[in-house]
Design a protein around this ligand. Structure first.
Ligand code: ADP
Ligand code: ZN
Length: 613
């Protein structure tokens, strides 16, 4: 799961020792003679096991026959085919015995050079090879083995940041949310005196390449404060304790330079929920704990603002999201068409274009692209124009650049074709119409068919606060209804469902299960809670939850009840959407054209369609 878990492990030493042992056991005996007592040698000769010997004045070298004698097994330590040596003692019968048992007497059986080589040099060389390999691995990513412990902190500090909000486009909502923070950084004292709520940690959430780093930097640039940055994944490759020391270091340095911004990229690499993953990672946990300690320990009034970026908020340790830590979340979403035009224009500033209008065409082609992709397109197009010896970049180059970038992206499955888009549009409108049709559900903010890698984003961000609220049975049922809206809508329009609703179904089932098993909301099963409060599905550590203490009978009843709840809501949503089929199609068409529509726009569409009937 985590490719960066390359820490030194004691197991490497064990493996190396084991390899040497195997070598000694199975390879060496064929070349390196085993020393045996003379008596044993005589016994072996008498048993007819010896193939050949060479006799000098002081020692006898010999080799066993390759096959065992028919007479059966011997207790000798020298196995068949192996070489041995023994001291030569005064024995007048030696030659006679050798002749009697047809042992070949030859000159040299084994040079001592080869023997020394095999018994000493090879194992030692092997050992050093393994050792070097280990050093190399441990040294990766931190400037060599020897620098470990000196905390060669790769903290990047920019004293004067040149980036400003003008360098980021299509992220107006995020900019607006960050505006207040800039005020704070400019004059921390004044800000707190006037009673502004002082932010401590801001989490930028969004897919890769949407400009999270850019925005964090721009905040520093706008406020004119230093910018410290470090990447979460860099903590993970270190020895235990080093990451924590680095965090301490980082905060010390930052406090000296306050007001300033500390930016942690890839927070998820470091802030994964503790205990998740194939092995609990002690180094990461220590580093995470240190980060929490530092966050709790500093007074925000000194003017140190912590910012972090992640594209996987759902795997973060809940402790990180608690009040007083990263409690402010700013969504940095994929840009809509207008945003894409703005980003393209921004990056095309330094590129001579044939016509500005071309960028609109390109923006229309690139639903789902993030800022980094769009910057890439302009870049590719400029290169293409140069290669063709043109002075300006035209639509042809831009289009070809889009194709190239799409080819790169398609592997990541982010670009929908027209048919898929239509289906997604109906699916999403389905959710939205159900939301608007039943009272007491969170209002629709925005519907979008811009594909996003992190489908569960909106939901996930609510999570930490959600647990604190009471929810009634009908509210939970409404939630299920909204979740089913997408699938029902597909069913009505296409008479066939798709895989697109998997995530919805998972969540709906989860809610229904909780209703039955935790909250005693099933009349059939009564006011019994069958399980302890579970952590949300994705926070559970590897092992399956302990089985509840109820009978198989009950378990079957629970399943039935869960199914009943879902089925009931499915029926309810079906009849709801059936009646609004015309509206459903109408709104989906608008959505297809615009890619994103706000809740208000949807309400207007509804009002218009109601008026025309
Ligand atoms: P993230 O941190 O979200 O992965 P980055 O901030 O590293 O994304 O963005 C990478 C590059 O893509 C930026 O340096 C910039 O050139 C371009 N880019 C991304 N988003 C935007 C945007 N909203 N406006 C302008 N350029 C952007
Ligand atoms: Zn859905």
């Amino acid at each position: 799961m985590d490719p960066k878990q390359k820490q030194f492990s004691i197991w490497y030493v064990f493996i190396a020792l084991w390899a040497i042992m195997l070598f000694q056991m199975f390879v060496t005996p064929f070349f390196v003679p085993t020393e045996i007592p003379y008596s044993e040698f005589k016994a072996a000769v008498a048993a007819g096991r010896v193939e050949e010997v060479s006799v000098s004045s002081t020692v006898i070298h010999g080799r066993m026959k390759p096959e065992a004698p028919p007479s059966g097994e011997t207790a000798s330590p020298v196995k068949e085919g192996r070489v041995f040596e023994t001291v030569r003692v005064e024995d007048p019968d030696l030659i006679r015995d050798l002749e009697k048992h047809h042992v070949k007497v030859t000159g040299v059986i084994q040079s001592t050079f080869l023997r020394d080589l095999l018994s000493w040099v090879v194992p030692i060389a092997l050992f050093f090879a393994v050792w070097l390999f280990l050093l190399r691995r441990m040294g990766q990513g931190q400037g060599g083995f020897m620098t470990v412990g000196r905390s060669k902190a790769k903290i990047y500090m920019e004293k004067e940041v040149k980036v400003t909000f003008a360098d980021a486009a299509g992220v107006d909502e995020a900019k607006a949310e960050l505006q207040e923070v800039i005020e704070f950084l400019k004059t921390p004292e004044k800000f707190s005196r006037l009673g502004g709520k002082i932010p401590k940690g801001i989490l930028l959430v969004g897919p890769p390449g949407t400009g999270k780093t850019l925005l964090a930097k721009a905040v520093a640039g706008e406020a004119g404060v230093p910018f410290f940055s470090i990447s979460g994944s860099e903590f993970v490759e270190m020895f235990v304790g080093v990451g924590a020391a680095r965090v301490r270091d980082l905060f010390l340095q930052a406090k000296e330079k306050a007001p300033c911004i500390i930016f942690i990229d890839e927070l998820d690499a470091l802030g994964k929920a503790r205990g998740i993953g194939p092995m609990a990672h002690e180094e990461r946990e220590q580093t995470l704990n240190q980060l929490l300690v530092e966050m709790d320990g500093f007074d925000p009034r000194v003017g140190v603002l912590l910012m972090a970026a992640t594209n996987r908020p759902e795997i973060l340790d809940p402790a990180l999201l608690r009040a007083g830590r990263f409690d402010r979340h700013v969504l940095v979403d994929r840009p809509d068409k207008i945003g894409r035009v703005a980003i393209l224009k921004l990056h095309a500033r330094a590129v001579p274009l044939e016509s500005e209008a071309d960028l609109e065409v390109i923006a229309a082609m690139t639903a789902g692209f993030v800022g980094a992709d769009l910057a890439n397109i302009i870049n590719e197009a400029a290169l293409l124009a140069v290669r063709r010896g043109k002075d300006t970049v035209g639509l042809a180059e831009l289009q070809e650049a889009v194709e190239r970038v799409i080819a790169g992206l398609e592997k990541k499955n982010r670009v929908l074709n027209q048919k898929e888009k239509e289906r997604v549009a109906h699916h999403e409108v389905g959710h939205a119409l159900v939301t608007l049709s039943i009272p007491g559900v969170d209002a629709v903010q925005k519907i979008s068919i811009i594909p996003r890698g992190i489908a569960a984003l909106g939901y996930t961000l609510q999570l930490p606060t959600e647990d604190r609220f009471l929810m009634t049975k009908s509210e939970l049922e409404n939630k299920i209804a909204v979740l089913l809206g997408g699938r029902v809508s597909e069913e009505i329009i296409y008479h066939e469902v798709s895989t697109g609703a998997q995530d919805d179904l998972l969540k709906a089932t989860d809610i229904a299960k909780s209703m039955v098993k935790l909250y005693g909301m099933s009349e059939k099963l009564g006011q019994i809670s069958f399980e302890r409060e579970r952590q949300p599905l994705f926070l559970q550590s590897g092992q399956p939850p302990a089985p509840g203490d109820y009978s198989e009978e009950t378990s079957r009843e629970i399943d039935c009840e869960v199914r009943r709840i879902i089925d009931e809501q499915y029926g309810r949503v079906s009849s709801l959407l059936e009646k609004q089929q015309g509206l459903l199609r109408e709104a989906a068409t608008v959505l297809l054209g615009k890619e994103t529509i706000s809740g208000d726009e949807l309400k207007r569409i509804i009002a218009k369609s109601a008026a025309s009937v």
